[in-house]
Design a protein around this ligand. Structure first.
Ligand SMILES: Cc1cc2nc3c(=O)[nH]c(=O)nc-3n(C[C@H](O)[C@H](O)[C@H](O)COP(=O)(O)OP(=O)(O)OC[C@H]3O[C@@H](n4cnc5c(N)ncnc54)[C@H](O)[C@@H]3O)c2cc1C
Length: 386
């Protein structure tokens, strides 16, 4: 669409999961919103573009993320059902494997119990009896969250963006120029020179946050290259399908995976931060070393999949903050500029609840959440949230 001359209440720059959900809540609060994206919602280079994302509430000691995940899960479920696409959330359960002495496992159990979130503690015997397709050392136990699962991420974001358009929220394809300075913005300017005027501006630009707000966020957002692999499962074998195996996270915290959904393959990915990446310029081919390491893990943990063919891959990026906490905050020098992002490899699930919190902050109806403040984000990385 053409940029309108009219003035919007809020211009949301970025149509990934955070931008779309922030626009969603602002629109429902009666605001006149425009959504702007350089390439469109959940495009192939966006962090929200993955086929699937995990949604779980177990977060070690971080009760805040357990609460946000539950609030988000309810909204995902309700909204996707209302839009007629409930299949974009798969409540397969999430199984988090734990070493015997796992401190974060014990902390997760305590938080889940305190918040009355459904969960089961599976001892080693129960675990191997229930999931014989997983090969484990004898002392590994697990936390099973039965209501958790997987979101079909790209399609969910695109469906929400489409619904916003249907409800009259314009979606403008434009690259917004970098913003510097202090005071108040009267609008944002596209590379074409077109100006979009608004009272408030939200930058939900994911891994591009450091490019669009270079002085403030250039040193505080660390995009890292992450690879995801899809391996083919044996024909007519249900044991590796989402209906028969939960989403799983390994006990060393590095590998996690999502069983086959809609024939896409058995997804496995590595949660350790990869090298620095430029989200515009990076080639998106997976590395031979990454594929080899994933295969070796697969052969160890899921021996029936040893030698399975690689049938797909995604190269995406985390947009890390220094410690992994998200950002929902006002720009310290630009009064009517807000930043929503810093998903740090775990943000997708929280989209609805973070969008809601962002909308409430912009509308002045809620207090800031200290963990989401910019002041807590520094320019040296030390990951604490998983
Ligand atoms: C491999 C991988 C696995 C992950 N797994 C999980 C998981 O299992 N569970 C989970 O909860 N989270 C997970 N995450 C994290 C989650 O996907 C991200 O944190 C989340 O998608 C970030 O969304 P976003 O809206 O901030 O960014 P994006 O989706 O990248 O959206 C930002 C948008 O801003 C637009 N934009 C940027 N600059 C401009 C500009 N100047 N003008 C106009 N538009 C602009 C871009 O085009 C883009 O569309 C994972 C991430 C990756 C990469």
């Amino acid at each position: 669409m053409q940029a309108s001359d009219s003035r919007y209440d809020v211009a949301v720059v970025g149509a990934g999961v955070f931008g779309v959900w922030t626009a969603w809540h602002l629109h429902r609060a009666g605001q006149k919103v425009i959504l702007i994206d350089a390439h469109g919602p959940a495009h192939a280079r966006a962090s929200s573009a993955g086929e699937t994302r995990v949604i779980r509430a177990a977060y070690g000691p971080d009760e805040i993320y357990a609460r946000y995940a539950m609030r988000a899960l309810a909204q995902w479920r309700q909204t996707l059902l209302a839009l007629g696409c409930g299949e974009l959330l798969r409540s397969s359960g999430v199984l988090w494997l734990q070493r015997p002495d796992s401190v974060s496992g014990a902390q997760s159990l305590a938080v889940l119990a305190e918040l009355a979130i459904a969960h089961e503690r599976l001892d080693p015997a129960a675990l191997t009896a229930r999931y014989p397709q997983i090969q484990l050392p004898p002392d590994i136990w697990a936390i099973l969250e039965p209501d958790a699962g997987a979101l079909l991420a790209r399609r969910a974001v695109q469906r929400l963006a489409l619904e916003l358009q249907r409800e009259g929220v314009p979606l403008l394809r434009a690259e917004i120029a970098a913003v510097r300075g202090s005071g108040r913005l009267d609008g944002v300017v596209a590379a074409s020179g077109a100006a979009i005027r608004a009272r408030q501006h939200v930058f939900a630009c994911g891994p591009w946050l450091g490019k669009v707000l270079p002085d403030l966020l250039g040193p505080r957002i660390f995009p890292t290259r992450q690879e995801v692999y899809y391996f083919g499962t044996p024909a007519a074998d249900p044991r590796f399908m989402i209906e028969h195996l939960p989403v799983w996270l390994d006990y060393d915290r590095d590998y996690y995976g999502i069983p086959d959904i809609e024939g896409r393959g058995f997804k496995i990915a590595h949660d350790r931060h990869g090298g620095a990446i430029d989200p515009d310029a990076a080639e998106r081919a997976p590395s031979p070393e990454g594929i080899e390491a994933a295969r070796a893990f697969l052969a160890r943990r899921f021996p029936l999949l040893a030698g399975a063919p690689l049938i797909g891959a995604e190269v995406c990026q985390y947009e890390n903050t220094s410690n992994g906490d998200l950002i929902v905050d006002r720009h310290p020098a630009l009064d009517n500029v807000w930043i929503v992002g810093g998903g740090s490899g775990h943000g997708f699930k929280h989209g609805p609840a973070i969008g809601e919190h962002a909308a409430q902050r912009i509308l002045d109806s809620t207090a800031a959440e200290p963990r989401f403040l910019l002041a807590n984000k520094c320019s040296t990385q030390q990951r604490q949230v998983h």
